[in-house]
Design a protein around this ligand. Sequence first.
Ligand SMILES: Cc1cc2nc3c(=O)[nH]c(=O)nc-3n(C[C@H](O)[C@H](O)[C@H](O)COP(=O)(O)OP(=O)(O)OC[C@H]3O[C@@H](n4cnc5c(N)ncnc54)[C@H](O)[C@@H]3O)c2cc1C
Ligand SMILES: NC(=O)c1ccc[n+]([C@@H]2O[C@H](COP(=O)([O-])OP(=O)(O)OC[C@H]3O[C@@H](n4cnc5c(N)ncnc54)[C@H](O)[C@@H]3O)[C@@H](O)[C@H]2O)c1
Length: 454
Amino acid sequence: MRTFDAIFIGAGQAGPFLAARMASSGRKVALIERRYLGGTCVNAGCMPTKTLVASARTAHVIRRASEYGVSIVGKIEIDMKAVHDRAEKVTLDARRGLEVWFDGLKSLSLIYGHARFADPATIEINGERITAPQIFINVGARPSIPDYPGLTAVPYLTSSSILQLTIVPRHLVVLGGSYIGLEFAQMYRRFGAKVTIIERGGHLASREDEDISDAIAAIVRAEGITVHTEAVGLSFRETSDEIEVTMDSGTIRASHVLVATGRRPNTDDLGLDLAGVEINDRGYILVDDKLSTNVPGIWALGDCNGHGAFTHTSYNDFEIVAANLFDGADRRLTDRIPAYALYIDPPLGRVGMTEREARASGRPILVSKRPMSRVGRAVERGETHGFMKLIADAETRQILGAAILGIEGDEAIHGIIDAMNARTPYPTLKWSVPIHPTVSELLPTLVGDLQSVP
Ligand SMILES: Cc1cc2nc3c(=O)[nH]c(=O)nc-3n(C[C@H](O)[C@H](O)[C@H](O)COP(=O)(O)OP(=O)(O)OC[C@H]3O[C@@H](n4cnc5c(N)ncnc54)[C@H](O)[C@@H]3O)c2cc1C
Ligand SMILES: NC(=O)c1ccc[n+]([C@@H]2O[C@H](COP(=O)([O-])OP(=O)(O)OC[C@H]3O[C@@H](n4cnc5c(N)ncnc54)[C@H](O)[C@@H]3O)[C@@H](O)[C@H]2O)c1
């Protein structure tokens, strides 16, 4: 049996970086991947989707060109094959970069295949057993498919298979109105498809405050997307040339159906029971504050531990484990302040608590809001959808959270992310001198406008 210092299962956004760090100091490591290096982010997530979002935004801006005094002579056409190829190239270049990197690490063995535990220190892969005293699980997640009548009998798309489309659907029905659903809905609308979102809950992006959800609904509806919330009684049927999507409120005839109703961890075929690793009722691996599982010598990083569902949270899991194992640090998961963006256009940048969470915490809070129509940069760029919001603790003067739904919101939110990570009390920000004309320049004004709320 081959013996390693450490085995990594899954080449996503956490394990490979730790494997490379160990290998570069001469340790013998095995990195196992059943499909593509880079995992979801590189191959079926952030990178291809944000590349597609950029193509869709280009089409959108060109359609609005006359509003800026720019005339386009002739018809605007979308070459979906070229759009697809551009996204694929971004993925392939990134994947190739990882291959070259790992090729250069002499004590790293890259093994392709599906890994399963045989016991707490042994992994079975391609009929071989390998062993190590340290095993790091970084297996990610995959789309979860609801059990609606008829759904599995129709040719539905997921966030992975839709990336292979080289045509614009006539009518794309998107099941689920959160991150994945909203990003694909808006991009395909901009590529020219008729788009309908069907959401089970009462709001789009329902983890956000209702004012954010309402503003997002206004943005997508303004582009001609139909939104059905509180959808019940769904069933699916394929006819000769369509997919019939029936709800209590009526039937929709789709050419394509995208299922974007959440993701589930890839922990169901991993032999976790043979290793004695505990999972919760949704299949997420239970970890402590330093990402150790209940079995000594086994860690779980990234989406599969349920403590984040983003590339940067997975990467941060790597940083926490690396700092604790190799740098004598005492870094913890609970030190992480949640931050993320939703890449509709304009994007939503978010950090910390929502207003709803801050109110529920029972502390006295201050809230400040400003519409993007009162942000110079947004007015000059002719993109005034959305608003910014800041929430602070009236007693401790700490910032509790913020949202910027608006042009460059995904970048401007970093002023708040940095302030929160530095534990800067909000009055300090009032005296920063930001650059004009930017979205960030309104942050001191936002701080100055903080008001107590009932
Ligand atoms: C459409 C879409 C868009 C997204 N956009 C963003 C975004 O803009 N920003 C953002 O931060 N996040 C985004 N995400 C989320 C982000 O992609 C994930 O959170 C991130 O990739 C998770 O990384 P990970 O390391 O946990 O696992 P993954 O990247 O999923 O990697 C896990 C790897 O493990 C492999 N694997 C699984 N089981 C086994 C096994 N038994 N044996 C061997 N290998 C195995 C898989 O093949 C995979 O390569 C997006 C996700 C999707 C689906
Ligand atoms: N910009 C980003 O960072 C980004 C982009 C895409 C995906 N992601 C990651 O991927 C994860 C998964 O995204 P997602 O949008 O699939 O999941 P999600 O869990 O965020 O949202 C799923 C949505 O589908 C709805 N839904 C659930 N079951 C349904 C059903 N049976 N019928 C109709 N609607 C239903 C839910 O109410 C919810 O609105 C996210 O949690 C996120 O972390 C991140």
